[in-house]
Ligand binder design. Structure first.
Ligand SMILES: Nc1ncnc2c1ncn2[C@@H]1O[C@H](COP(=O)(O)OP(=O)(O)OP(=O)(O)O)[C@@H](O)[C@H]1O
Ligand SMILES: [Mg+2]
Length: 367
């Protein structure tokens, strides 16, 4: 018996792709590379996504169709290769090549103001003229949709160089994405660690972040799978650790710092932020009340030999502006606005210092 390509195509035309209901030939899923050597037949099936859920069953059905319609002696098993028509994701380490600096905002203890600092830092950097992206990586408690008043935003996708990419939301000069745009936080609590990590990877790799000077990542509290995913997926410039001056927060901040600096992870600490450093009542602007203790974070920074990037007081407007979606950093004439601008400036100084240190030394030849 002689096998020729038309026989194979006729057999494959009897198999439907469940995703569209079209047969494999009609759906353009059979690559034009059918090879026949005696009874041995090989070719490729094209799937849009490398993770197509029907891949295995379609390959099996194609094999069966060939054995049924062409002949039971055809050697086909294991000879069908699958290919994805989607351009592959860039390799880890080559991700976000257009992003100059990637900074994680972290804390040991929850509720110390990471998200508040991330949102205001992002806005302040944008005000200083930098191109800024902000990723809210807190799967179980996303804050950015509310802090930027974009709860109803539904990011869309666009095809860029053969890849379907998510377009970030833009507000206050910041490109923004949050897990909160994609999952209902009520349901996220049912997610297993792996699901959250995969979703996060997508929000890093499958997004049109474009060229950025700063890409900030608001991390969940403590140490988690999400932290691991971020440090393993991205070449991070450094981490900013937020803490209140309270003893319990400081103990956790220390753990947080050690997580980044341990030799396996090796992410530099750009500096610490002392949030809720003191309280000043509006009617007594000269008075400072050290509710959570005085200068605890400043002392920790000295002890651990890392820079203190800034001290942010407890101010009602910081809390209110977080709730109503207008970060205080937007108002550079306010005391709090200035505090965040100066925090942003000192972070930039630390990043620049590190980039200069990391740059290869130029050897100047003297004649
Ligand atoms: N300096 C500040 N002055 C007044 N309120 C503040 C300040 N910093 C943060 N807050 C308020 O404290 C609460 C917790 O802050 P935020 O959500 O930023 O913390 P977080 O560390 O991100 O928390 P989580 O660990 O849950 O992610 C919020 O209501 C926020 O508005
Ligand atoms: Mg938060």
């Amino acid at each position: 018996m002689t096998i020729y390509p038309k026989l194979i195509l006729d057999a494959l035309a009897t198999v439907r792709y469940p995703g569209t209901g079209k047969n494999l030939v009609e759906a353009g899923m059979v690559e034009d590379n059918i090879r026949i050597e005696g009874m041995k037949v090989s070719f490729s099936l094209l799937f849009e996504k490398p993770t197509d859920p029907f891949m295995k069953s379609v390959v099996k059905a194609a094999e069966t169709a060939i054995l049924t319609y062409v002949g039971k002696d055809v050697e086909i098993e294991g000879n069908i290769t699958v290919k994805s028509t989607q351009a592959p994701r860039p390799e880890v380490g080559k991700l976000l090549p257009e992003v100059k600096n990637i900074v994680g905002i972290s804390s040991g203890k929850g509720g110390v103001g990471k998200s508040t600092v991330s949102a205001n830092l992002a806005v302040a950097l944008a005000k200083l003229g930098y191109k800024v992206g902000l990723l809210d990586a807190d799967v179980f408690g996303p804050s950015m949709p509310k802090m930027f008043q974009v709860e109803d935003a539904r990011p869309y996708t666009e095809k860029v160089n053969g890849r379907e990419l998510i377009i970030p939301v833009e507000k206050y000069g910041v490109k923004l994405l949050s897990m909160g745009f994609f999952v209902d936080p009520q349901q996220a609590t049912l997610w297993r660690g792996g699901m959250a990590s995969n979703a996060l990877k997508q929000l890093i790799a499958d997004v049109q972040w474009g060229d950025l000077d700063y890409f900030l990542i608001d991390l969940p509290p403590g140490t988690s799978d999400i932290h691991l995913t971020v440090v393993q997926t991205l070449a991070m410039t450094g981490a900013v650790v937020v803490s209140t001056p309270q003893a319990v927060a400081l103990a956790d901040a220390r753990k947080g710092i050690n997580m980044f600096t341990n030799e396996k992870v090796n992410v530099p600490i750009l500096g610490l932020v002392e949030n809720m450093a003191w309280f000043t009542p509006a009617e007594l602007p000269e008075n400072k009340y050290y509710i959570f203790g005085k200068e605890g974070v400043k002392k920790l920074a000295e002890e651990m030999n890392v820079p203190l990037l800034g001290q942010i007081p407890i101010v009602q407007s910081i809390c209110e502006s977080g709730d109503n979606g207008t970060p205080v950093a937007l108002d550079e004439d306010s005391v709090t606005g200035r505090a965040f601008l100066s925090l942003a400036a000192s972070m930039v100084r630390q990043v620049d210092r590190r980039n200069v240190e990391a740059a290869p030394t130029k050897i100047v030849e003297m004649h």
